[in-house]
Design a protein around this ligand. Sequence first.
Ligand code: PMV
Length: 350
Amino acid sequence: MSEQQITVRRLQDRQGANGATAVAHPNIALIKYWGKRDERLFLPWTSSLSMTLDIFPTTTRVHLDAEASDDEVTFNGVPAAGEERRRIAGFLDLVRRRAGLTHRAVVDTRNTVPTGAGLASSASGFAALAVAAAAAYGLDLDGTGLSRLARRGSGSASRSIFGGFAVWNAGNPTAPPAEADLSSYAEPVRTGDLDPALVIAVVNAGPKEVSSRAAMRRTVETSPLFEPWAASSRDDLTEMRAALLRGDLDAVGEIAERNSLGMHATMLGARPAVRYLAPASLTVLDSVLGLRRDGIPAYATMDAGPNVKVLCRRTDADRVAEAVRDAAAGGTVHIAGPGQGARLVDAGGR
Ligand code: PMV
């Protein structure tokens, strides 16, 4: 028996089977991550902060297959191909290198959120994959280690390892990449008394035309607005932490809204421009202004897609959902609260 077969046998003995299943939820950033300073290591230019949701879970099962010559990946029962498959296989290579194993894996992912529509499916997807793959390959990682690992699949996934509010530290920008890699991970954020909801208006569930990866790169390389936004985003984060600690939902909302609009401005300044917002997105933004005029605190944030997420008090969520539903003309509306971090649900993998 080879070294590796012995290791896998040991894993099997420990887990009952050489597989694991994990669940993770998406997160929505209130201080955005936009732009990498190191594309290979997924090191961002700025730190970001998000709320993990209690809806749209992703469940991922990873099972090692000693006989297989390649990884087998399915998304909602359909075999993955092309770029999608390549990203998962590349991520598994990273896990294999760390575990000192070469066994291929069977990956089965079930997503309940539309993929690639700016609804953070990659965050829940890579957080669930990181937790399941680490367990299946026998890596013993704590929250920090899992967050660093998830980051290598999709930056925003680093934050979905944790529940509630989490901040992803950009890491030391002057350190050599290998050292900065160690300091760039997410961790929970302390908050005061908050009872927040995010009302999600899905105006278009189709996949985006430009991936966030390509759009970020173009923004960093060509937008004259990127550097000023990055500088203001660092200040926004400091103010956001203080507002969360005070439990000041209005300040949290105001900072989140300006941070997101600023991020979209950097994209509009790219050459050629990247524009994710659609006419229906602007109609929803108008409805948010209307709610505020009527005395209901509601604040919008948008990601790499046309869909709008509205932060409000939990007690106002139904009223906000109603206003947003009218504006989203034909779109669907979901209400989310703060959810749990990524976790293993089955270490047997069956
Ligand atoms: O990690 P990615 O490639 O899914 O990028 C996410 C980027 C935004 O959703 C726009 C912002 C964020 O911080 O989640």
